[in-house]
Design a protein around this ligand. Structure first.
Ligand SMILES: [Fe+2]
Length: 319
């Protein structure tokens, strides 16, 4: 099955507050709303994803932490309850998802061939982390597209930032090879916040937006600088300043998803589309899209969305 390709990448952060604010039936805690500008940003991203018609969504999450190597979800059907250990009052989410195990295995194999320690996760009762679940829910709440979940080895925290991100660059290139070899039409999701300075106390009503604003003005200015460069397509410049951004803004991109995604896409100097920006407990979150189809770097979907007849077939085919 040759000719697989990446059709888009999204910066798709995972504050569980966004799920809490939306009140989907899967989440136990209920809210009065909150964080609307970010949730509306995800609504725009959802429309774009729908038009792309991918076969699979790949997500790298900082909150599935594996000390030894890079791990890939390797069980076809996973279900259970995902709880945020920091905010169990906001996020207790019953998930049910299908994994594209064939692609996950190909990613694992290609990563190992490039010298990374890589493993498949085969525990059928595995509780998927809230970062993976939040990003996937916010971008595709229908849960009808198979996924590949990738852990954070957190090598940038154990090694130097530069060495660790270099490893994520390798993981990205391996991911691209696997997508091409398996013939998938793939979307990549980098589940990362930007500036990660945050408040340490929560309001009595967590969704009280009169209490929500950037925790750090310097962090906010860093976010705007990085977003503006991304909007201009100055990818090389972003990666030149990335280690300084990580150090000074405590940016969550340190955990590697952002580098993984751009490495897989070949670091295109392509203007990113900002769907929206907002803070969550003071941290900076941007929902951004790099659409390789619109840029002429990937092929359009074979069938227009209106004629596709729903996506139930995808989920059914994976079982
Ligand atoms: Fe996080």
């Amino acid at each position: 099955m040759p000719n697989g390709e990446i059709v888009a990448g999204f910066l798709a952060p995972h504050p569980p507050h966004l799920v809490y604010g939306e009140n989907p039936p899967q989440n136990e805690p209920k809210s009065e709303g909150g964080w609307e500008p970010l949730r509306w940003a995800y609504e725009r991203a959802r429309k774009s994803l729908d038009e792309l018609q991918p076969d699979v969504l790949l997500v790298h999450s900082p909150h599935w932490i594996t000390q030894v190597g890079h791990h890939f979800l390797g069980v076809r059907h996973l279900s259970g309850k995902s709880v945020d250990p920091i905010f169990p009052n906001l996020f207790r989410y019953s998930f049910e998802l299908e994994v594209d195990v064939e692609l996950a295995e190909a990613c694992c194999e290609k990563a190992a061939q490039r010298g990374l320690t890589a493993m498949m996760m085969r525990n059928p009762k595995f509780r998927v982390d809230y970062g993976t679940i939040t990003t996937l829910h916010m971008i595709r709440p229908q849960w009808d597209i198979p996924i590949v979940g990738i852990s954070a080895n957190n090598s940038p925290y154990y090694l130097t930032t530069e060495e660790g991100l270099d490893e994520m660059d390798t993981l990205g290139k391996a991911t691209r090879e696997a997508i091409e070899a398996t013939g998938r039409r793939a979307v990549l999701l980098a589940s990362n916040t930007l500036c990660h300075w945050h408040f340490h106390e929560e309001p009595d009503t967590p969704e009280d937006m009169s209490r929500e604003h950037p925790q750090s003005y310097d962090g906010y200015k860093w976010d705007m600088r990085v977003i503006e460069l991304l909007r201009q397509g100055k990818t090389a410049e972003v990666f030149r300043i990335l280690p300084q951004f990580i150090d000074e803004a405590f940016a969550e991109v340190k955990s590697g998803a952002f580098t993984w995604m751009f490495a897989a896409m070949g670091y295109p100097e392509l203007p990113g589309e900002l769907h929206g920006y907002g803070t969550v407990i003071g941290t900076g979150n941007a929902v951004m899209e790099w659409n390789l189809v619109k840029a002429g770097l990937a092929g359009a979907a074979a069938v227009p969305p209106s004629a596709a007849g729903g996506r139930e077939s995808y989920a059914g085919a994976m079982r």
